[in-house]
Ligand binder design. Sequence first.
Ligand code: COI
Length: 331
Amino acid sequence: MKIIDYGIRDDEKPYLDEWVKKNNVEVKAVSDLLTEDNIDLAKGYDGVIAYQQKPYTDGIFKKMDEFGIHAFSLRNVGVDNVPAESVKKYNIKVSNVPAYSPSAIAELSVTALMALLRRLPRFENKMAKGDFRWAPDIAQELNELTVGVVGTGRIGRAAMDIFKGFGAKVIGYDVFRNPELEKEGIYVDSLDDIYAQADVITLHVPALKDNYHMLNDDAFSKMKDGVYILNYARGSLIDTDALIRALDNGKVAGAGLDTYENEVGIFDVDHKGKKIDDDVFNNLYARDNVLITPHAAFYTTKAVKNMVQISLNNNKSFIENGKADNEVSFD
Ligand code: COI
């Protein structure tokens, strides 16, 4: 059995080597991201593994089909960049890694909120200029706030547990309700209830056609004044122009963002000495009440190890048995 793994970074290699030793399977690690230009390298392999934020194009799957490869495993969870029609047309089985570390994402979202509530970026900026005064940067305590968690899957639930640990009141909304949380009485009936009640709104849902720009002018207008917004899910969930308007008029007091709708080409790129050519992004980036990380919530040793090794298990299982634990359905 031979597997080709695209976009492998140096920090992933030790976990890949460990898996290869244990499983005695030939795995070729390619540092470039998977494109139509390098899919030819997969000829002669039985399975393909990849991770990237850029969309996978039809031509990639057409070639895989020509090479007799029908096992495609993602090292990440999101499948929004996989064209459903193409994988169905070429009969390609797809798996993801749905739970490489829910706490990795949850922990960063809470960290950002705490930094915003305690005004850390503002103190840092002031102190760098020699101003060590407290005012006007009085903080809010999380134990006095209501946190509205949108999406109560694994990541949303991990976030809820941490927020509860800080003593926050937690409410949740999801079209699919978790029975345990239901028993705890955590759910509200609608997003409008979240908007009306929450001091902090944190998004933990996948990107779907239905939730594109779910946080838009209308949604912001229904929220409490001074609400905090956390997006550690997908950039497309927020209409960024609307967020900027809401920050300008004080509706939103601060935002923690690990995703941005036009992040491809901006995140995980070295921009040293260069100006980022995106005025909307630069607007957000200049604010000391917006904390941006470059889609790095997943980037922990635990998560990376799981992403590498679980995707290899999935791909091996597709090749050996035609099925895998984490097969994704595109129906
Ligand atoms: C995902 O797992 O889908 C993510 O968003 C993290 C990715 C940047 C590795």
